[in-house]
Design a binder for this molecule. Sequence first.
Ligand code: 3LM
Length: 441
Amino acid sequence: MNFAVIKNLRIVASSIHQLNFKMEIPKLKITFLFKHMSKTSKHFATRAIHQAYNPLDHHGALTPPMHISSTYAFENVEQGGAAFEGDNDRFIYARLGSPSQQLLEKRMASLEHAEAALATASGMGAITSAIWSFLKPGDELIADLSLYGCTFSFFEHGLKPMGIEVTYVNLSNTEALTQAISEKTKLVYSETPSNPNMRLVDIEALAHIAHQHDAKLMIDNTYCTPYLQQPITLGADLVVHSATKYLGGHGDLIAGFVLGAQEDIDHIRMFGLKDMTGAVISGFDVSLLLRGLKTLHVRMDRHCKNAQKVAEYLSQSPHVKNCFFPGLSDFAQQALAQKQMKAPGAMIAIELHATREQSAAFVNAMQMILCAVSLGDAETLIQHPASMTHSTYSEEELLAHLISPNLIRLSVGLEHVDDIIADLDQAFSSVFGDKGLAISA
Ligand code: 3LM
């Protein structure tokens, strides 16, 4: 096979998969190339492991190299200048990206069915970099009522003082968006399910309304991950993640993503991130995330299975007034959950028949389950949002934003489910002095 043929194969391969084969590849590698050429049609689990990386391009290393260089050398000023003009594919400086970050972004874009992705230093880095890129004074952001505490704080204390109008609307009621949206609305923003109270919004319906008014729909998909929900396929323009959670999966990194159309992601990278937030992901965290993504599907399946059993247990407890979990038959938005989520996820919110003090005592009574913020880790985590993750809301704001001061949030982990239930059961007994209702294992 002559070089011209190999070169043509390279062009075809790289246009399909961005595989970058060297000219000297032997026959064996060409076979591998053909195997990889059909990758775009592969399943989620396969893409989470293989997408956009061929070990044979990297000395056979299964684990992609970790690039921690802050800067990149050029042959000369002309080559450097061309890179700054965007005329070649060279890397310049780690605030703009690195080879391993690029791999992570391609892989994540494939999982979310997005044209492009940008990895960031945190979920808040993703949210702020994206939002600063699209809003200017006088513009309006319409946001759902219930938001993660720091997102709410950013809207209140970051956007509003800069002259951006923020209007909170109950987006679970699609009609409410139709009433509220106007020509000054540039962005509609929601989590689904919402942190911490598990309210859903109809992504497809909201996208339709937003687009009729030339506004973008931005969805925080942290609770679901692309394994359970793919907002872009339902019409959302931008998706953000706290990758600190299920995507990393092991509680050992802080990171985020924004995903969307290439043009929008380029703009966020070159403006919101480069010039405004500087929320750059570290090379070490890129590496940990590439590892985390490889097991995402397996972990999520077990998280969801455990959570279903825990939610069923909690919903039968006489001490639980409300158990909010999309997998329960009495969940108010179960039909919507089934329409847009592959499974109910592993986050549960409960309200007890109890005072705020008793609710806190219940959290404090855990023996194995850890009292901690964050979610999506192997460890089951419990916390009291009004005191912890959502303490950025005042008492009045908590009520206005549908976050009950009695609400307790549970991130169901990967321990044996009987041990999780046993711990909850002993906590009920210890606080309420009865024997609890443990479903026997
Ligand atoms: C938490 N949440 O415990 P980072 N979007 C959602 C989130 O839940 C979060 C972010 C964005 C929690 C973190 S609270 C001090 C700990 C839906 C984070 C922000 O910047 O990666 O933390 O993501 O609910």
